[in-house]
Design a protein around this ligand. Structure first.
Ligand SMILES: Cc1cc2nc3c(=O)[nH]c(=O)nc-3n(C[C@H](O)[C@H](O)[C@H](O)COP(=O)(O)OP(=O)(O)OC[C@H]3O[C@@H](n4cnc5c(N)ncnc54)[C@H](O)[C@@H]3O)c2cc1C
Length: 382
């Protein structure tokens, strides 16, 4: 029989099965405990490294699998069904921090950071956002000043995933105060450097299995070997990394919405009111039909973009379209799933509330819906 999605080869299907088994054995049994502790057990990260899940599309010469973009899509689609919070943490390591190194680092930096990151021996993070500079990245206030053979960093960052226990963090700082986008430079910061401080672990509504932190840098000296890429090119290096990240946010929003719908449909078939299953009321059946259609449309858009990205085509506009559309649609779906479950959906003992809490932030992280529309409008010369 012809496959519905031919881009997933036999190899991808084998990979999907092994990730699914890993999720069932190593993730699902611990989700409640991690949600409570607001962090996950580092053992799971190390095991993912041993199994090769952290470097699926990283070059083989650094220990990666040399796979295509669909291999990472497969990983993310399966992980999100286990724990969105864990995926947020692993996702930042694999598809935000590591690609920054892959694309901009020199050979010595790749050997030092990439190799251990792929093995699951060092955890990475990316620090761009600041209290006064969220969507407006160029408005950042953290500075890096050249002094002899080092750079001296001062400032602070907020909402940094993995920030509380990363071994290294790609930090963006201003190296030229009034140069706007051209004044930003990236550095690789070892978190045992004097002057580095995790000032707060932040208490979140959802994605609770991942830690999110506020960081301070005070007269922190970084050796010149830890400059990442070119001085003044940081903003462009960050933007290049945004596309695959946003696309994965789109793909996982669809997968998580579908998992929520399956849960709600099972419930609606079981739950009886007025003498019949609530799924038999036409309004509810139509709501489920709408959800299924929205999910299908969102998946087609995100897969089309993933295909463009995988083939190396320019897809800046399409990625922004997929990011805002899928995450907004997924929130609509999860909202309707909650409604379908009545009061039970709102109870902590049912997993639907977690799907709803985890989904809410997807329209914000990786660039808000409004920022995606700004990008699309610019691409349309508006
Ligand atoms: C759980 C979580 C994890 C995160 N992880 C990381 C991380 O690992 N690293 C990192 O650097 N950052 C991270 N972030 C930060 C995230 O990228 C920012 O929250 C996001 O970019 C928005 O910035 P902000 O929160 O400051 O909102 P603002 O930029 O203050 O936006 C507030 C509102 O104004 C709107 N807005 C802003 N500008 C415009 C405009 N020009 N036109 C129209 N509307 C506009 C926005 O769309 C939004 O609705 C994380 C955030 C969260 C919540």
């Amino acid at each position: 029989m012809e496959k519905k999605y031919p881009m997933f080869t036999e190899e991808h299907e084998i990979l999907r099965q092994s990730i699914r088994e890993f999720v069932e054995k190593e993730i699902t049994p611990h989700v409640d405990e991690w949600e409570e502790a607001e962090t996950y057990d580092m053992d799971v990260f190390r095991k993912m490294g041993e199994l090769g899940f952290l470097g699926l599309r990283a070059p083989e010469e650094y220990g990666g699998g040399g796979g295509d973009y669909w291999s990472v899509v497969t990983l993310f689609e399966e992980l999100v069904k286990g724990s969105s919070g864990l995926l947020a943490a692993i996702g930042v390591h694999v598809e935000v921090a590591m690609p920054s190194i892959m694309h901009a680092a020199n050979e010595a930096q790749k050997q030092k950071y990439l190799v251990s990151a792929i093995k699951g021996e060092s955890l990475g993070a990316m620090a761009v956002t600041e209290p006064e500079a969220g969507s407006d990245v160029a408005g950042m206030l953290t500075t890096a000043v050249e002094d002899g053979d080092s750079w001296v960093l001062n400032g602070n960052k907020i909402f940094i995933t993995n920030g509380a226990r990363a071994d290294w963090i790609v930090v963006a700082a201003k190296t030229k105060k009034d140069a706007g986008y051209g004044g930003i430079t990236e550095f690789i910061v070892d978190t045992d450097t004097p002057g580095f401080e995790v000032s707060r672990k932040l208490d979140k509504v959802g994605l609770r299995a991942s830690d999110t932190a506020e960081l301070f840098f005070t007269d922190m000296r970084i050796t010149k070997e830890n400059l990442l890429g070119e001085v003044g090119r940081g903003f462009f290096q960050i933007m290049a990394g945004f596309q695959p990240e946003r696309l994965l946010l789109a793909v996982t929003a669809v997968a998580a919405a579908e998992a929520a719908m399956d849960m709600a449909v099972d419930y609606a078939k079981q739950r009886k009111q007025f003498g019949k299953a609530i799924s038999h009321f036409q309004h509810n059946a139509f709501k489920i039909a709408e959800m299924a259609t929205k999910i299908e449309a969102a998946r087609e858009l995100s897969y089309r973009c993933a295909d463009m990205y995988n083939r190396g085509l320019d897809c800046l506009k399409e990625v922004s379209m997929a990011k805002w559309y899928t995450t907004e649609i997924a929130n609509e779906v999860v909202y309707d799933c909650m409604q379908l479950m009545g009061g039970y959906g709102y109870m902590m003992e049912y997993p639907m509330q977690k799907a709803w809490r985890d989904m809410r932030i997807q329209t914000v992280v990786g660039g808000t819906t409004e920022v995606q529309k700004l990008i699309i409008a610019r691409c349309l010369d508006l």
